[in-house]
Design a protein around this ligand. Structure first.
Ligand SMILES: [Ca+2]
Ligand SMILES: [Ca+2]
Length: 192
């Protein structure tokens, strides 16, 4: 063992050296914890903005078109959703990651329910060829009978879902790299 190495070893063993090593090991962990906490905070801010945007969309949609036609009303609501999410997230939320899903139902209790069908082979599943009621009139059987991309007619139920695909900065312990956050509000349209 040469002298220089012995000296280095001695200094490593000293208290100062030991804390330097501890710091070298712990610093990345601390840094990651800080980033993870910041990320959780940002995700909470985006979640709040999605909740607010879903409430805002339903508030605008519930009263009908007013002076706007259906297409103008839809555009106005979609624009407002993006505006709310961006404003309340302090511009962190990217507009391209915001997904607005709107489905209309005859009744609130039909929300996310499948189209009714006659279960010919008693397997509790819809099979091709079984008779079904095409509630949303799209010409095919659906697990969700809602009419998608529809703000609903007068007195119909409407499900507003605003989702955001958050690209995770730190993927900790099995947390997916993309986390989908969602704000959701279901309302009955007024008579209009
Ligand atoms: Ca069946
Ligand atoms: Ca259908």
């Amino acid at each position: 063992m040469n002298l220089r190495f012995k000296k280095a070893l001695k200094s490593l063993k000293s208290e100062k050296g030991a804390s330097a090593i501890e710091f070298a090991f712990l610093a990345p962990i601390f840094l990651m914890m800080i980033v993870a906490m910041m990320e959780l905070g940002i995700m909470m801010v985006i979640q709040n903005s999605l909740d607010a945007a879903a409430r805002e969309a339903s508030r605008l949609g519930i009263t009908g078109s007013g002076t706007l036609n259906a297409a103008e009303r839809e555009e106005a609501i979609r624009d407002r959703v993006i505006e709310v999410v961006q404003n309340l997230s302090g511009g962190i939320a990217k507009p391209e990651n915001i997904v607005i899903s709107i489905s209309a139902y005859d009744e609130l209790e039909n929300l996310a329910q499948p189209e009714p069908f006659e279960d010919g082979n008693d397997n509790d599943l819809y099979d091709v060829g079984e008779v079904y009621t095409d509630v949303n009139g799209n010409g095919s059987y659906d697990e969700d009978q809602g009419l998608s991309d529809s703000f609903g007619l007068s007195g119909q139920a409407v499900d507003y879902r605003i989702t955001y695909n958050w690209d995770s900065i730190v993927s900790l312990m099995g947390i997916a790299e993309t986390v989908t956050l969602e704000g959701r509000v279901a309302v009955m349209n007024e008579e209009f």
